[in-house]
Design a protein around this ligand. Structure first.
Ligand code: RTP
Ligand code: MG
Length: 138
């Protein structure tokens, strides 16, 4: 067993489309556990810290603006190899080409400048997970 924690966000498009329940149901159905859960309107400072690795990239500001456009759901999800497992469940970044069976592949169809509308975020490493959980659940 490699029990880990990851930070999952249901992004504003997912919340606005009423997909929160489906996302959480897929997480639980796979066998992961919700350890903490919040619905909130993110602050700019939180988002700039969360996406710090992307600062300076052309999509940074539009991404932050998009994340400010409506409420998000933040969850701490726990389980055996959950970091990789959730990213596999989420699918690749672009919903149009994400594999069917994944959250992004089944529930999204955006690409190009709208790729920010990809329903969920999941931490990409144990270090990112602990950093991001600290930002969203301090
Ligand atoms: P995430 O961090 O959200 O779980 O997704 P990811 O690892 O698949 O994608 P990442 O490269 O970390 O990018 C973070 C988010 O930024 C948006 N993005 N826009 N316009 C663009 O070229 C572009 N590239 C990335 C996406 O919303 C992505 O989820
Ligand atoms: Mg990422």
């Amino acid at each position: 067993m490699t029990t880990e924690r990851t930070l999952v966000l249901v992004k504003p498009d997912g919340v606005a489309r009423g997909l929160t329940g489906q996302v959480l149901a897929r997480i639980e159905a796979k066998g992961y556990r919700l350890a903490d859960l919040r619905l909130l309107h993110a602050e700019r400072a939180v988002l700039e810290e969360h996406y710090a690795e992307h600062r300076g990239k052309p999509f940074f500001e539009p991404l932050v603006e998009f994340m400010l456009s409506g409420p998000v759901v933040a969850a701490v999800v726990e389980g055996d190899r959950v970091i990789e497992g959730f990213r596999s469940l989420a699918g690749t970044t672009e919903p149009t080409t994400a594999a069917p069976g994944t959250i992004r592949g089944d529930l999204g169809r955006d690409w190009g400048q709208k790729v920010q509308q990809n329903i969920v975020h999941g931490s990409d490493s144990p270090e990112s997970a602990e950093r991001e959980i600290g930002i969203w659940f301090s």
